[in-house]
Every structure is written in C-alpha cells, then in structure tokens.
Write a protein of this length. Sequence first.
Length: 154
Amino acid sequence: MAALGLCVNLFSNHLYYYGDQHYEVTVGPERAERMNACASAKRAGVPFSVHSDAPVTPLAPLHTAWSAVNRVTASDRVLGEDERISVDEALRTITVDAAYLLGMDDEVGTIEAGKRADFAVLEDDPTAVDPAALRDVPVWGTVMGGEPFPAATE
C-alpha cells in the first residue's frame, strides 16, 4: 500500500464493539488479534486514520481514539497488543491524518492561519490522563468558525 501511495481508514471501534464476537465466533483469535492494525500501518509507512462507522457505532472521536490506543473489547479482552498506538498517534489519526485522507488538510486538521477554526475544547489534557481514561476526557464544547459553543447539558 505504501509503495502505491495508498491510505487506509481503520475501524478501530470494531475492536470494542465487535471484537469479542470476532474472536469467539466469526474469524477466530488469530485474525481478531490482527484486525484494524494501526501499528502495522504505521510501521509500513501507510498513512491511516481511524473511524467509528457511525451510525454503526456511536460518533465519539475520543472513544474511537481510545479503541486504537487500548484495543480492548467490551469484555476487557485485549486484541493485538502489538497493534496499539500511543495517545498522541491516536489523536493525530482523528485530526491531521483524517483531514489528509479526506483531501481536506489544506482546510482542516490543524489549528493554523488560513484554516477553519473548528475544533473541540477538552476539559483535560488527553495526553496527561491514563490512556485507559482517554474516552472519558470531558468535552467543554466546540469552536466553530472561531465562535465558542459550550456543550449542551442535560
């Protein structure tokens, strides 16, 4: 893929939501351990991002990044420990790298002059929390077009 200049968008949420079924029923342990192989893509020099496949799984970017970092199933089984990526790498996959794969990296993906000022504002530093808690980092709100919008409260 790298030699051909191809990219891949991996379904990291698959590990959490369907990993146990794939491990036990559909593809077996060996194949389930290799699903959505972020670290392999990185080692091979293949540009990649991760996604939720919403509405198949909930649209929750920090959970999607958490899935790529921890590779934990709903039953707490770790699938493919060697395919884990760091929190920094996972955050990059849902921002900079996703923008690149969409061909929109000149508009979004990083915060810089000339790009849209659209981003989430988190209440904690996601790189400072335990990687197992990444999906639980509270979202204060968003900034869209440079205007802040606090998250709705129930």
